[in-house]
Design a protein. Structure first.
Length: 333
């Protein structure tokens, strides 16, 4: 069954809370799913490895308890993120635990792997693979992924450099399966815009760092609230893969965010976590301009839902020439 069919009626919003390295924990995932969106976290956030079993059990038990108490509004499914790059020496063990717990949705990153997709499909799970261009998108589908996460320019973490318009348009020219779109999404109208562009889901990360349940230090959350889009720098120095980071955190680490070196991609290492030298350099997307306060995750989702409905209402009542300036020009002509 198509993932979209399985999710029919299970989501309050067509939204996936993206897996946040170090920051996503069971409290955040459960809050997101209970609020009606897909919550997720990287398996590598569980350290040591044995903690992953405990966390997966905890998430499933807490969501089952929520569903029993709220039969009229059950929780959304949760997802786990697997880093499938060859540098991740925990992948095999993490995969075993994901299969054991039959995690409904997997978000795979940094290299599509047929054997990973086959393992998830063995129990009826689904895989979305995140990509930054069409080359990687084709490889992911050829190797058995069910859908794609398009990580466009402006997204937090390991982001691409292509416009979400271009990335979405090129993808829909050949692929009609499930697609999530990432890139500067922090408002309900942006979720609706992602749908209008052809996405099935919006993919949002930075705004959830600034939630009470997120495992981020208070200085990080405060910096998100105080920053704008111009306060983001795009560099591959931190992990070997290009990503977006808060300039102030780069500056606080003793670096000049406007004059950063280029790193060797072979230096990537995810199994051991970020190099301690860079541990206080904080990832974020250009959507920080829409982060104005630290909120409980459920309250953030409720706000997004209200904004989304308002955006839909306005579009439903708009004339074919939505922009009033264009309407006036048309009348003058």
């Amino acid at each position: 069954m198509d993932l979209r069919q399985k999710l029919h009626g299970r989501l309050r919003l067509p939204l996936i809370g993206s897996p946040l390295f170090i920051i996503s924990v069971p409290d955040l995932v459960v809050a997101q799913c209970s609020a009606g969106i897909i919550g997720s976290m990287p398996t590598l956030n569980a350290r040591p490895l044995e903690q992953l079993d405990d966390w997966l059990s905890e998430i499933q038990e807490r969501l089952a308890a929520y569903d029993a108490a709220n039969p009229d509004r059950p929780s959304a499914p949760f997802a786990m993120n697997l880093i499938v790059h060859r540098s991740n020496d925990r992948l095999d063990e993490d995969l075993k635990r994901v299969v054991k717990h039959k995690v409904p949705l997997i978000i795979s990153s940094l290299g599509a792997r047929t054997e990973v997709n086959d393992a998830i499909h063995s129990y009826g799970g689904h895989v979305l693979h995140d990509v930054i261009n069409q080359t990687f998108a084709h490889k992911a589908i050829e190797k058995g992924a069910d859908g794609l996460v398009l990580v466009a320019s402006g997204a937090g973490g390991h982001a691409g450099a292509q416009s979400p318009f271009a990335l979405m348009q090129e993808t829909r020219a050949w692929f009609d399966g499930p697609v999530a779109l990432s890139g500067s999404i922090a408002h309900g109208r942006s979720i609706l815009a992602a749908e209008a562009m052809g996405a099935d889901f919006a993919y949002m990360g930075s705004a959830f760092i600034a939630t009470e349940e997120a495992r981020a230090v208070e200085d990080y959350k405060r910096m998100l609230v105080e920053s704008g889009a111009e306060d983001i720098v795009y560099t591959n120095l931190i992990t070997g893969v290009h990503g977006n980071y808060l300039k102030s955190s780069v500056r606080n680490a003793g670096l000049d965010p406007d004059n950063l070196e280029t790193s060797d991609s072979s230096a990537m290492s995810f199994a051991q976590g970020r190099n301690k030298k860079w541990k206080d350099i904080w990832g974020a997307g250009q959507s920080v301009s829409g982060i104005n306060a630290v909120l409980p995750a459920g309250e953030l989702v409720a706000r997004l839902h209200a904004e989304y409905l308002e955006a839909r209402r306005k579009l439903a009542g708009a004339s074919p020439l939505v922009n009033p300036n264009w309407a006036r020009l048309a009348q003058a002509a």
